[in-house]
Design a protein around this ligand. Structure first.
Ligand code: PMP
Length: 463
């Protein structure tokens, strides 16, 4: 069937969809953190369908909930009531702090970000939006205007700080270094300023850049500069990922986002947290990424892990913002679909029952530390960074220049890992960062296996 499928792909499937690996995988089954191909080969999935399979492939509880609902009612749309949407909205918001209590259900992260931007503009009656370099907020025309990873801009942009956006009134904030050449070293290291220690090893689990480079003031000055020069009078909103995902687990200096929120609010703007990758416990220390920055946004957007692979997404905002938009009819056919709501509910239950936030913290920290050993050993591992199960391994020619390792060389390492049974994601402006964001049910034993495989691939590369 393999050759036949490739032929269908060539003839009938959008060529813009790029597949991973020289010989793309033809997958057959998934079970928790494992994927199986048609030949029965097993792969440890460190990318979770692009950070989406949050609780595990075909998680029994989620599967059972979906099966039960499938036999009962699939779709009504929002013109009638159905218990599942009410139960879900109540449950989802019970995981959120006040005043984030009103839910809009959508179908994808892009759509959620489109809606969030629309809300910010309608609520504030202002127009300008600030986002960061290196951000990914989606591929729909509105959200693409916020995205500034070069390769997604269809050749109209020039990478870092790209000035050509789909929307002329979107401004890029100064921060969001796209690789470790442009941004401060973010690597996991011993630190002495955080309250949050991992006793035995003495490594700051809250991995805090502030103590590494004291760069916060400089960034805040740059951020102020952007606000003053680009949006001097009015601003509708500011959107940021708590950790930049597609850009390769790029983090902000400690305290930076909190100050940025303040500056935006002083100018009348609302703050949007794109939790599409960082939500649902993935960062380990908190359920939501914004909590790691000690802020409460006005609007959050959710997708990916929300449905463990089921296509659903959401925007959650305050009653005040929602009420101000009540006159503007907002509608989409599938949002709040009973199947999606039941799946979303089961995902929340599974995160709690399987203790997955804690697992993200424990196993994620363990993995960061194990990967940091590879960084210390291999010259081409320039940076290991992240939080919980959201990790980036940045590949460089050497630690001094920190130039991205050429693609062909990274590809070989990455292909070798796949051949040894470990699937890893890619990201960063130069596609130079290996992204590790597995289903949150991964174990320390799996980490040992994955690190061993990456170690072998790196050793082979170094000859
Ligand atoms: N925001 C972030 C942070 C994302 O990573 C993505 C997808 N990579 C999106 C938004 C867009 O989500 P979707 O692909 O579901 O439209």
């Amino acid at each position: 069937p393999y050759e036949h499928m490739l032929k269908i792909r060539e003839q009938n499937i959008a060529p813009s969809l790029r597949m991973y690996y020289k010989k793309p995988l033809l997958l057959h089954q998934g079970h928790m953190q494992w994927l199986f191909d048609y030949e029965g080969r097993r792969y440890l999935d460190l990318f979770a369908g692009i950070v989406t399979v949050s609780v595990g492939h075909c998680h029994p509880k989620v599967t059972m909930a979906a099966q039960k609902q499938l036999a009962c009612l699939w779709h009504t749309t929002n013109i009638y009531m159905h218990p599942s949407i009410h139960e879900y909205a109540e449950k989802l918001t019970s995981f959120l702090p006040d005043p984030l209590k009103v839910v809009y259900l959508t179908n994808s992260g892009s759509e959620a970000n489109d809606l969030a931007m629309f809300m910010a503009r309608l609520y504030t009656r202002n127009f300008d939006i600030i986002c960061f370099r290196g951000a990914y907020h989606g591929g729909s025309p509105y959200a693409l205007g916020l995205t500034s990873i070069g390769s997604y801009k269809h050749g109209v942009a020039n990478g870092i700080g790209c000035s050509t956006t789909m929307l002329p009134d979107v401004f890029r904030g100064p921060w969001g270094g796209s690789n470790c050449r442009d941004s401060p070293v973010q690597t996991v290291r011993r630190c002495s300023c955080s309250e949050e220690y991992l006793g035995a090893v003495g490594i700051c689990s809250d991995y805090c850049l502030g103590c590494v480079c004291h760069a916060n003031e400089q960034y805040i000055e740059q951020f102020k500069d952007t606000l003053n020069t680009s949006v001097p009078k009015t601003i509708a909103g500011f959107i940021a990922e708590p950790i930049q995902g597609v850009n390769g687990a790029v983090q902000y200096p400690k305290g930076f986002l909190k100050e940025a929120y303040q500056l935006v609010r002083e100018r009348g703007g609302v703050c949007i947290s794109d939790e599409v990758q960082t939500g649902f416990g993935r960062t380990g220390s908190h359920f939501w990424g914004f909590q790691t920055h000690d802020v409460v946004p006005d609007i959050i957007t959710l997708a990916k892990g929300i449905g463990n692979g089921f296509p659903m997404a959401a925007v959650v905002t305050t009653k005040e913002i929602a009420n101000s938009l009540a006159q503007n009819l907002h509608f989409n056919t599938f949002g709040g679909n009973p199947l999606a709501c039941v799946v979303g509910s089961a995902v929340l239950d599974a995160i709690e029952e399987d203790n997955l936030q804690k697992n993200s913290k424990d196993v994620g920290t363990y993995m960061l530390l194990e990967l940091a050993k590879l960084r210390d050993k291999f010259e081409i591992v320039g940076d290991v960074r992240g939080k919980g199960l959201m990790i980036g391994i940045e590949m460089v020619t050497d630690k001094d220049s920190r130039h991205p390792l050429p693609s062909e060389e990274i590809n070989q390492i990455w292909e070798d890992c796949k051949d040894m049974g470990v699937l890893i994601g890619r990201g960063g402006l130069y596609n130079q960062t290996l992204r590790v964001k597995p289903p949150m049910c991964i174990t320390k034993k799996d980490v040992d296996f994955a690190v061993e495989v990456i170690h072998t691939a790196l050793e082979k590369h170094m000859g």
